[in-house]
Design a protein around this ligand. Structure first.
Ligand SMILES: [Zn+2]
Length: 270
């Protein structure tokens, strides 16, 4: 069984971008660990900082239980300010997690994808890509080796994005995985209220109305979120012949596949 590490900025990032795939990996018996960089304390229109700080791990742990994660942890950087953190510091913390957990697969934001407006997502993307690219080199962050960790080569990277590019790894999440994705998202109550309220504010600023959304109480988000997830997953799935799908830009084995004898590269098993 493989070890999988997911590096994200906020609670609900993993669930929105890869929740079905992560549910599937957990169902297959793989060990999935989630490391979030920020404390999620700015994602609200109605709660205080203290209330948000108290919720961040509770919501993440409830979602982790639905998906079947092995662990969930948080670096507690202030939400929305991650690009103020020196890149080498965040890179080092991600590298420490990689060397400690020794994952065969890492999921994170794609630093090369366009149109990413959130500075926290961009900061995680660069730090995570660099951490996993250099964790195998013993002279990078040598203090980690002195502390007992060993270099580790991450064989496979799975990148996700709002506007993904060069996707080459579709995953069929039809059935239970997509249901678990929706249920896991519902666990992030504060973030789902925010997601619906944000959609309402955008519509209210537009010269039209979408009454089935603007007429909702933002706390009554379940059907809205479910519809949004299923619509997106159906559109992705249609490209690959699945009912519901997610897809990623995957890089593996440093591109050495092209050097391998024909037929010797194993097919994807999940
Ligand atoms: Zn986010």
């Amino acid at each position: 069984m493989a070890t999988v590490l997911v590096l994200t900025a906020h609670g609900d990032d993993m669930e929105f971008f890869a929740g079905g795939t992560i549910a599937k990996l957990c169902m297959l018996g793989h060990d999935v660990h989630l490391l979030m960089a920020t404390d999620n304390t700015k994602g609200t229109f109605e709660l205080s900082w203290d209330e948000m700080f108290g919720l961040r791990m509770r919501e993440a742990q409830a979602a982790a239980k639905v998906l079947g994660l092995k662990s969930v942890s948080c670096l507690d950087y202030p939400d929305g300010e991650l690009s103020d953190t020196p890149l080498n510091v965040l890179r080092g913390q991600f590298m420490e997690a990689v060397r400690r957990l020794r994952p065969e697969m890492v999921f994170t934001f794609d630093p090369w994808a366009p149109y990413e407006g959130h500075q926290d997502h961009r900061a995680v993307a660069w730090a995570a890509m660099e951490a996993t690219s250099f964790s195998r080199f013993p002279l990078y962050y040598p203090e980690q080796l002195k502390a007992g960790l060993e270099p580790w080569l991450v064989p496979e990277m799975y990148y996700f994005a709002k506007s993904p590019v060069d996707t080459n790894r579709p995953v069929d999440i039809s059935g239970e995985p997509v249901r678990k994705k929706i249920e896991a998202l519902w666990c992030y109550d504060s973030q789902m209220v925010l997601t619906l309220r944000e959609a309402q504010l955008q519509i209210e600023s537009a010269p039209y109305d979408v009454p089935e959304i603007t007429s909702l109480d933002p706390h009554d988000y379940r059907e809205f979120i479910e519809r949004r997830v299923l619509t997106t997953a159906a559109a992705v799935g249609k490209r690959y012949g699945f009912e519901h799908g997610e897809h990623f830009r995957r890089t593996r084995w440093g591109g050495t596949e092209r050097l391998a004898a024909p037929g010797s590269v194993p097919a994807d098993e999940w």
